[in-house]
Design a protein. Sequence first.
Length: 121
Amino acid sequence: MKIELYTLHGKQYKGIKNDGERLPTVYHIDTPDDLIMKLESLRKNKTRVVFDFGDTKTLQSWGEICGISGYIGRSKGYEAYYPILVHNSRSLGGGLLSTNCILSIKESRGKRLVYELKQSI
């Protein structure tokens, strides 16, 4: 799997196309490459997760408590798919993930930390 740049509707995105997938899943251009790879792995493994969103420059959490847990899914599209947060395995849709604002990701079960944004120096 290789991360590539895509231009859709005049905006730049980072994207990845997994084996057997017709269209790429695209992410905000400021999403770190290691986070894209982790999100793709969590999506494919159907791991239920909890997100901490916030300011990625100061690493200050927004303290959100609603709409931060679920499964990573993909929207349907004609040119590309976008990552969405799906409430449960029976849900048919969800809201777009603000991938450029993710500070950390934990597994829902056991709260094991699977990703944490590091302060850039």
